[in-house]
Design a protein around this ligand. Sequence first.
Ligand SMILES: Cc1ncc(COP(=O)(O)O)c(C=O)c1O
Length: 441
Amino acid sequence: MSVTATTPNDLEPFWMPFTANRQFKAAPRLFVGAKDMHYTTADSRSVLDGTAGLWCVNAGHARPKIVEAVQRQVEELDYAPAFQMGHPKIFELAARVANMAPEGIDHVFFTNSGSEAVDSALKIALAYHRTKGDGTRTRLIGRERGYHGVGFGGISVGGIVKNRMFFGSLLAGVDHLPHTHSIEHNAFSKGQPEWGAHLADELENIVTLHDASTIAAVIVEPMAGSTGVLMPPKGYLQRLREICTKHGILLIFDEVITGFGRLGEAFAADKFDVMPDMITCAKGLTNGVIPMGAVLVRKEIYDAFMDGPENAIELFHGYTYSGHPIAAAAGLATLDTYKEEGLFERCNEMASYWEDAVHSLKGLPHVIDLRNMGLIAGIELEPIADQPTARAFEAFLRCYDKGVLIRTTGDIIALSPPLIISKQNIDELFGTIADVLKTLP
Ligand SMILES: Cc1ncc(COP(=O)(O)O)c(C=O)c1O
């Protein structure tokens, strides 16, 4: 593929998200092209994508069917109003996504991002209870170390201190479950760790404190990605489900990362065999090509809104770009690509090779934990004293110099490659990380 390598003259005006702007602009890392498993940098180097962009390019880059669908759609219907109007492809996509969702989840509300999907799901939970005459159920329960995007709802239920501490008092009436990460009990677990199911029982204590009649919903990532790849302990999600059901609390799985094949199934709800009441998703829905998110809801929730006069708007919520035609076209072509290429099955086929590669790093300098599931891995490093995040960030820079893109969060390396990754790519990814670990300060 030919790309025009350009470095902009002025990097200053763009305020980059979740980035050390001054550090980056002093030594920029720019991608100018991408195909399948690789990026091309502005200085014409090829970089192996170990992170599917930001956990989103599940089918790999510039896949022909998706490229074609987007090109065709922009000519055919570039935009249609999202309110009181529609277009055929978004109905088709909703039906396809509902069809892939766990049994009983059969309606889809579209957004433009994971953050919007989360805030939409929280609002739907509140409105649902109110619609049913349960208007006292206004509390939202998240979890420590949870990441649910950056809207006020998402950061309120989220549990990452830096994402919360600068932004005032956030939503009122939010509580948090404890996180489930324990190196002491679960280090070097393969798949789901043994220890920690009892941490779900903390929800009972929260219910005792506030009373179930005040609680609308619990939101968790079935596998927490952004906070460093935290696997759900065996039995934990089942226990959360039981307690939510017992107390009439809605359970929301935030599957923005785990949706669309990352764990070898369409959704983690299938993988763990636990049925939430709502699923939020984004990223892999369109292969990251065009922004799109969604909230998937159970029939009972949708139906609860459908009993007023037929000419009444049932939910006062939506975005100008809810169900954008180009995103819809990208979504349909993405789902086709997953299906035609059997990519979720491929994830399962590659998972044991991946697992062996992850755990081959055991014993290398600084490695204090390794964890994996599907095509995800977390490599936790001992932080440098008084310099948290510095060691992992240095690993990121060195891997990038050696032609491999990894992602770090805190002192954890998080890997989540496109599902088309080959064994050779896996060898290169982990070989490079191993080399870098041996030379890190
Ligand atoms: C679980 C989860 N929820 C929500 C989000 C936010 O998605 P977005 O960045 O598309 O707003 C993310 C992003 O990584 C995520 O991992």
